[in-house]
Design a protein around this ligand. Sequence first.
Ligand SMILES: Cc1cc2nc3c(=O)[nH]c(=O)nc-3n(C[C@H](O)[C@H](O)[C@H](O)COP(=O)(O)OP(=O)(O)OC[C@H]3O[C@@H](n4cnc5c(N)ncnc54)[C@H](O)[C@@H]3O)c2cc1C
Length: 393
Amino acid sequence: MAGQQFDVIVIGAGAAGLMCAAQAGYRGRRVLLLDHAKQAGKKILISGGGRCNFTNMDVEPSNYLCSNEHFVKSALSRYTQWDFLSLIAKYEIAYHERDFGQLFCDDSAKDIVRLLMGECNEAGVKVQLRSEITNVTKTNSGFEVQTSGLNYQCESVVIATGGLSMPKLGATPFGYKVAEQFGLTVLPTRAGLVPFTLHDHDKAIYADLSGVSLPIRVESKDGTSFPADMLFTHRGLSGPSILQISNYWLPGEAVSIDLLPHIDLKQELDNLKQQSSNQSLKNTLAQWLPKRFIEALIESKQLVDKPIKQLQHKDLDNTIATIHQWQVKPNGTEGYRTAEGDEHYKLNCLLYLNYLFSIGYDDFKINSKDSTLRHSLLIDSAPQNLQNYKEAA
Ligand SMILES: Cc1cc2nc3c(=O)[nH]c(=O)nc-3n(C[C@H](O)[C@H](O)[C@H](O)COP(=O)(O)OP(=O)(O)OC[C@H]3O[C@@H](n4cnc5c(N)ncnc54)[C@H](O)[C@@H]3O)c2cc1C
């Protein structure tokens, strides 16, 4: 069925598509924004525990995972967190700063959806929800987008259908399929920013600790490390430090966890030993760590409980290694069901997308076997603002 002609059709009304559509509209393009969901920005609504960590006071290229570091540098220099903050001011959104310079809405992530919808509205974007896209095809003058209702023609198509995380919120592999259809290379995907699951025997050891949170430093095999909280869950480990390191962990590897990153345990134990302290190792460690956790380490023979004065050298070495380099070999991750990102995609959405369209998406080219695709753009986003991103799952 023939439909209307647009300059740009954006598919996907998430953070990416909304920002993209607004920017294209401001550039004078006639824009149609399509989504199969009945509500725009659903993932934004659950982001940041419902308050959306929309940007950060400190944003550096090194905070991002990207195979092309120059792209990140260029992107961040052309659209900064201050640009996004000026939008926040325009919509009078109250916000506050948390650890590591993270900025969150005071009230609700709904404010960010209101902002993005407001921008689309102001830029004259036609937003059409509940639209199933059945096909995207190349025509002589651009593209045809077929939906369950009308078919639309346009010069440029933007695929902003997001990654695979949170299928319950409408995530689909649509973007990958269109990429394959047009001959774009699609790399294998894996869930990013995702909790670890533990093997059954470890799960049994730490089962009672579900809900316990500790400030730790976690390190992956490649030497990447993050200081932040770790949370025991009923299936494994989560919390900001674990979500962040999940991007660097490979199946079969262990992660090394410093359970007392702010304490020099060797110094503490040496001092107590010099005083011939009768205090048990368990009680000593209980000053800093939850007793239940120490008991679990003792019961699973990772620690030997003795009065400090009786600890031999090898006991001390073992204790220090267990506490400062606790080795955990995850069974896997929780996968896309809970993932906050898709490791295939490398950039923080809000800043990235603001940037893309602040410079005009026509400037973008993608590596395609089909050069006619250069005006269309595959975008998604995942919060890979690793140093600063803090979100307990
Ligand atoms: C629990 C959680 C907490 C998070 N917290 C934060 C945070 O605090 N800060 C932050 O920056 N990021 C956070 N993120 C990540 C952030 O939410 C995402 O990176 C961002 O929302 C992705 O935006 P997007 O537009 O690329 O994709 P999405 O938001 O996934 O949008 C894609 C859109 O495309 C639509 N779509 C998909 N398939 C089709 C199809 N076949 N046809 C039509 N439409 C389709 C979907 O309905 C959806 O509306 C969090 C993520 C999760 C899961």
